[in-house]
Design a protein around this ligand. Structure first.
Ligand SMILES: Cc1cc2nc3c(=O)[nH]c(=O)nc-3n(C[C@H](O)[C@H](O)[C@H](O)COP(=O)(O)O)c2cc1C
Length: 345
């Protein structure tokens, strides 16, 4: 079955869920344009998810995707947290921050029974996961609502695992992609390959539709992914400058600047590798730093530095999430971008 039929959409263009970077406005715009709008829920409470889904239902009758992270919450490690904060102390001193005043705690929550309860009120057409799948009983709850299940794979092994665990389509996430790597069977970053190397290998290995993600930013890129066997394309970075997102002015300016040519995978903002524009803290601490607490616990120690720096107009401590190809970022309505991405199909 074609991906468009499977998901009930007109265009095989999926707007990547981007937790923290947008709310329902982007989802609504893309779904109403005939693509698949997504809502990234990793940074929302159950009440926040309910409010956004209520807004989506009020403004579109088209299918949309609700997306969740599904990591296992790590046990807090006081020693590691202490070492990490010691490493950040020169910065705390620079900004006059009292390290004792910084609460520890998670910055992102995984899919849960409470989130599944909220989904049951809305019965979305599509639910997607990042970092593998949640426990089988929670996947079963999403499927029982009639949702098609999508999940990111960053290797052929992950794609085969997802196929064996009953997903409906696989998102092949190349290493160019902005935001968090969906890697879940390994933590070895040498396994991570580019979209146009990964996509045909996954297409060959699985029977399911494969959606290409990572570095695809314009109509020619979409057509190229389809030529390599993709059933559809998921674009994230390209949507970031649309008026429907809510990224900061600092993030917007960085995406528009030459700085966006240099991105790297970094774990220092959350504890898991994610791609963002290289900034001061990534340069000075090393973008992958083994002292960073496990995901998502690294989020709290850097948060007050980000807040203080941003208040002074600086993105030195901000996660400036971006893929390797920000050339498709345009300040046009998301509906127009969705149509433009599909223009060569
Ligand atoms: C700002 C940002 C936030 C992201 N957040 C999520 C998320 O919450 N859930 C998810 O599954 N993927 C997330 N991603 C990854 C996307 O799903 C997708 O893999 C990526 O955007 C594709 O590469 P591109 O950015 O080059 O288009 C995020 C990407 C970006 C740029």
């Amino acid at each position: 079955m074609k991906l468009t039929e499977l998901l009930g959409i007109d265009l095989p263009i999926l707007q990547a869920p981007m937790a923290g970077a947008h709310g329902s406005a982007l989802t609504i715009a893309v779904s109403n344009a005939g693509g698949l709008g997504s809502l990234g829920c990793a940074m929302l409470t159950p009440d926040g998810i309910r409010a956004e889904l209520t807004a989506i239902r009020a403004k579109t009758s088209k299918p949309f995707n609700v997306n969740f992270f599904c990591h296992t919450a790590p046990a807090p490690d006081a020693q590691r947290e202490g070492q990490w904060r010691a490493m950040l102390t020169p910065y705390y001193n620079e900004y006059g921050i009292d390290p004792q005043s910084i609460p520890a705690g998670p910055g992102r929550t995984p899919f849960s029974a409470e989130a599944a309860d909220v989904l049951s009120e809305f019965k979305p057409a599509v639910v997607s996961f990042h970092f593998g799948l949640p426990p089988a009983h929670l996947v079963a709850r999403a499927k029982a609502l009639g949702a098609k299940i999508l999940c990111s794979a960053t290797t052929v092994d992950e794609a085969l695992w997802l196929e064996a665990h009953g997903v409906d389509a696989i998102i092949a996430q190349g290493v160019e992609a902005g935001g968090h790597r969906g890697i879940f069977l390994s933590d070895d970053l040498t396994t991570q390959v580019g979209t146009f190397a990964l996509l045909p290998q996954i297409v060959r290995a699985v029977k399911l539709p494969v959606i290409a993600a990572g570095g695809i930013a314009d109509a020619r890129g979409v057509a190229a992914a389809m030529a390599l066997g993709a059933a559809g394309v998921q674009c994230g970075t390209a949507y970031l400058l649309c008026p429907e997102t809510n990224i900061s002015a600092i993030h917007r300016a960085a995406l528009k600047s030459e700085a966006a040519r240099h991105t790297a995978l970094t774990n220092i903002f959350t504890g898991r590798p994610a791609r963002g524009i290289v900034n001061r803290v990534m340069k000075e601490l090393g973008s992958m730093n083994s002292a960073a607490p496990a995901f998502p616990l690294a989020t709290s120690a850097i948060a007050p530095l980000r807040a203080k720096a941003e208040a002074q107009g600086s993105g030195d401590f901000s996660p400036l999430w971006s893929g390797q190809n920000a050339t498709g970022c345009r300040e046009v309505p998301a509906a127009q971008l969705t149509h433009d991405l599909a223009a060569e199909l």
